[in-house]
Ligand binder design. Structure first.
Ligand code: PMP
Ligand code: GLN
Length: 391
């Protein structure tokens, strides 16, 4: 009944969280914080409810939030964004991704993404009836990289859209300016729209800087940038996201969005507007603290995986680290992930779940597992202890 390609199927996150619940294993599968974001933002949401912001918000999003998004992009990246015509608030980044793909692509169009990719990409492309082409991220001694030849081959005269994700889920890669430039130049050469999913924009480590695609000259005038409050402020359940870019593209996305959710998260939009405008206050302090603590939690989990015998690639950003189980003698990560609760009391997600079924990348990364470290240190320590049993 679902799409013949299998791209629209029950999400792996639900399956793996259910496995964790059933077995009592530490859930390092689905990436969500086990501690809420700051109290003062909860209070802002409560105040918004008390103040009567409980009916449908405006279709494009409340003006305060659109202005806050525009100001954020100017402050951090020097981008000039018109809050009235170039910003659309969505039900999380997920809706922004779906509405964008549905608005801009259809049968006969090709959409290029990196592979592995966040699972909703393939599902949205399938729902649009478009064709999915991928560029492999390949592991090397200094992290995952794109091969320029793969990039050139992925683009064709049918390419309508390229959907990039940096910092990258699942690999933790922060794409370099050179890699982003190559993607933008290819898109420009094909007159394709660039969509960039930057939900982890503030979660980079070791001084690595996130470069927004929209800041590159080749990307100018053709780029839709997507982000969300979920990761930055640790309120993944609030589902407040946004997309910004050229007015005519945003208008097209808004037209589709009307018929997906119409609007969403009214009171939370107010709280997120507060969060985005409070960079010099408690919120800025919170985000800086989150980033620092995630860096040290990344180190804790990566160290534990290394000690257990995995080969890891140090994540430069996101909530995630990927680890190759081949040195431990496990060649099939899907099978390993099903047994990991029993073997080590831990749940992870096979990296192949972020790949097209049976693709060369799925095979190349067939022994790799993604683990999240956005969990309390005590939880990660319990996982670390369990992982020692694998040796
Ligand atoms: N894109 C990526 C790369 C993600 O990791 C996530 C969250 N898991 C999303 C989009 C979805 O974000 P939201 O919860 O705001 O819909
Ligand atoms: N983005 C989170 C992850 O990659 C989870 C999102 C979801 O469950 N849909 O783990």
């Amino acid at each position: 009944l679902l799409s013949p390609s299998g791209a629209v199927a029950p999400t792996i996150f639900a399956e793996m969280s259910e496995l964790a619940t059933r077995t009592g294993a530490v859930n390092l599968g689905q990436g969500f914080p086990d501690v809420d974001g700051p109290e003062h933002l909860k209070e802002a949401a409560i105040a918004a409810i008390r103040d009567g912001h409980n009916q449908y918000p405006p279709g494009p999003g409340i003006p305060q939030l659109r202005e806050a998004v525009a100001a954020h992009q100017a402050r951090h990246y020097g981008l000039s964004v018109d809050p009235d015509t170039e910003v659309l608030v969505t039900a999380g980044a997920t809706e922004a991704i779906a509405a964008t793909i549905l608005a801009l692509t259809g049968p006969g169009d090709e959409v290029v993404t990196l592979e592995p990719y966040y699972d909703s990409y393939a599902a949205s492309i399938a729902m649009a009836g478009a064709t999915h082409r991928t560029i492999a991220l390949r592991p090397g001694p200094d992290g995952f990289h794109l091969d320029p030849d793969d990039v050139r081959v992925a683009f064709t005269d049918r390419t309508r859209l390229v959907l990039v994700n940096t910092p990258h889920n699942p690999t933790g890669t922060v794409l370099t300016t050179a890699e982003l430039t190559l993607l933008a130049e290819q898109a420009a050469a094909r007159d394709a729209v660039i969509v960039t999913d930057e939900v982890y924009e503030h979660l980079t480590y070791d001084g690595v800087r996130h470069v927004p695609l929209a800041t590159l000259p080749a990307a100018a005038g053709r780029t839709l940038t997507i982000s969300s409050a979920g990761k930055t402020f640790s309120f993944t359940g609030w589902k407040v996201g946004w997309v910004h870019g050229p007015a005519e593209l945003v208008t097209a996305v808004r037209t589709v969005k009307q018929f997906l959710t119409y609007v969403a998260s009214g009171p939370f939009q107010h709280a997120v507007a507060t969060a985005l405008t409070d960079e010099d206050g408690q919120t800025g302090e919170y985000v800086a603290g989150l980033q620092a603590s995630l860096q040290s939690r990344r180190d804790l989990l990566t160290g534990a995986l290394d000690a257990a015998g995995f080969a890891t690639v140090r994540a430069a950003g996101t909530y995630f680290v990927v680890a190759d189980a081949a040195p431990l003698g496990f060649t099939d990560a899907v099978d390993l992930c099903r047994r990991l609760p029993e073997l080590a009391g831990v749940v992870g997600i096979p990296v192949s779940a972020f790949c097209a079924a049976g693709s060369p990348t799925a095979q190349a990364l067939g022994s790799w597992v993604r683990f999240t470290y956005v969990k309390q240190e005590s939880v990660l320590e319990r996982a670390a202890e369990g992982l020692t049993r694998l040796r």
